[in-house]
Design a protein around this ligand. Structure first.
Ligand SMILES: *Cc1c(COP(=O)(O)O)cnc(C)c1O
Length: 375
């Protein structure tokens, strides 16, 4: 028998989350953001569920090739644009749209030989200070692109730093709106958080929204709101089993570094899941875990292949609970109970995005929906 850990991708949830996003931004077209191998879910596994999107947005040229190989003929957007001049050849060949966010990308385009002019998304740095032209350079970049025979349509984009938080988007939205007021072209501004929190404003959802996390069932603004608040369903469940049981006396310790000491007799379950599976080592004492669908706390340090949970309360009613019991690290137990990945992430001092993306290659993944041709 293989080691019992497994990730399950819930295809119906992916589909429902896309529908939810569309309902929040009814006037916009939707880029399904599938960077980082679809946030750890697997591009090939999510593809059918996201067929109803208007395009796929990602970073990696190899991922763009995978989406084309699946038969997608619609738009694909490279969110970081090209990394070197010859990437433009692949853009021409696969008809990839690409973000332009620095001057050298315009130089490369001006020297690129192509029969087919490219669709580009010119990116404004409206305050995030990550990628994009500064407000003082943006319009001259637009004029340069507009003069190139290699460029067909120019769309305008920016990215919000605080769509999920208190600061909000107004300051960045103002800057974008002022600078682009008289420029033609489609607009794209909103990630998941902006789509849900500000999506009813048609100027913010604009022509294209770019949701990622929400499609996978993570809350775009946890802990302010849970996924359920936005109608989102967990698309990934990480499950394993208990492979050992220990009885402790007061004074006994647990795991590396003996960071936990029992104050009374207790029963531990040892779970086949560790940081080499993608479970965060930073998960604190007390991080919730589901055993047979019931919440129990993590105890001691997470090690590479295992972690320990406190079964003391559960064995009161089920004395035989132990090896073989189902454990859900996040997502749905097979009996349906839910543990939000956002909550686990919070206990580990991180966000759901990081846990999803960190799912390790050694974890077998299975899609629970019917996928593939004819489905
Ligand atoms: C990753 C990314 C998104 C998606 O963000 P979520 O918070 O996951 O919705 C949107 N736009 C850009 C430019 C991105 O890099």
């Amino acid at each position: 028998m293989p080691r019992p850990i497994q990730a399950i991708i819930h295809t119906a949830a992916l589909q429902q989350n896309l529908g939810c996003l569309k309902a929040a931004t009814p006037h916009a077209r939707v880029w399904a953001v599938v960077k980082a191998n679809a946030y750890g879910h697997g591009i090939e596994r999510v593809f059918e569920a996201f067929r109803g999107a208007d395009g796929f947005a990602l970073l990696d040229l190899a991922e763009a090739e995978r989406v084309r190989a699946l038969g997608w003929r619609g738009p694909i957007l490279l969110l970081e644009g090209v990394f070197e001049p010859r990437d433009l050849e692949l853009c021409s060949r696969l008809q990839l749209w690409h973000v332009v966010h620095h001057e050298a990308q315009i130089d490369w385009l001006s020297r690129h030989k192509t029969q087919q002019p490219h669709r580009v998304f010119l990116k404004l740095n409206s305050g995030m200070n990550r990628l994009g032209f500064s407000p003082t350079r943006f319009r001259s970049a637009w004029a340069r692109l507009d003069a190139l025979p290699q460029v067909d349509e120019i769309s305008l984009m920016t990215h919000f730093s605080d769509a999920d938080g208190e600061r909000g988007i107004a300051h960045q939205y103002q800057r974008f709106a002022e600078l682009t007021r008289d420029l033609p072209g489609e607009r794209s501004l909103s990630n998941s958080a902006a789509s849900f929190r500000y999506g009813e404003d048609e100027a913010v959802s604009a022509d294209w929204v770019r949701p990622g996390i929400a499609l996978y069932g993570g809350s775009p603004d946890y802990p302010a709101h849970t996924p359920a608040h936005w109608g989102l369903q967990a698309a990934m469940s990480l499950r394993s089993r208990i492979i050992g049981r220990q009885s402790l006396n007061a004074g006994d310790t647990v795991g590396y570094g003996s960071t936990f000491t029992a104050t009374a007799p207790m029963t531990l379950g040892i779970v086949a899941c560790g940081y080499a599976d993608g479970y965060p080592r930073s998960a604190a004492q007390g991080t919730p875990v589901l055993v047979q669908g019931q919440r129990v706390p993590l105890v001691g340090r997470v090690s590479m292949d295992m972690l320990a949970v406190d079964l003391t309360a559960l064995v009161q009613t089920d004395p035989l609970l132990g090896v073989g019991a189902e454990v859900t690290l996040w997502g749905h137990a097979s009996s349906g109970e839910l543990l939000n990945v956002d909550e686990v992430a919070q206990h580990a001092g991180t966000i759901a995005y990081e846990l999803m993306c960190a799912l390790a290659p050694r974890v077998p993944v299975q899609a629970d929906g019917v996928t593939g041709a004819g489905a």
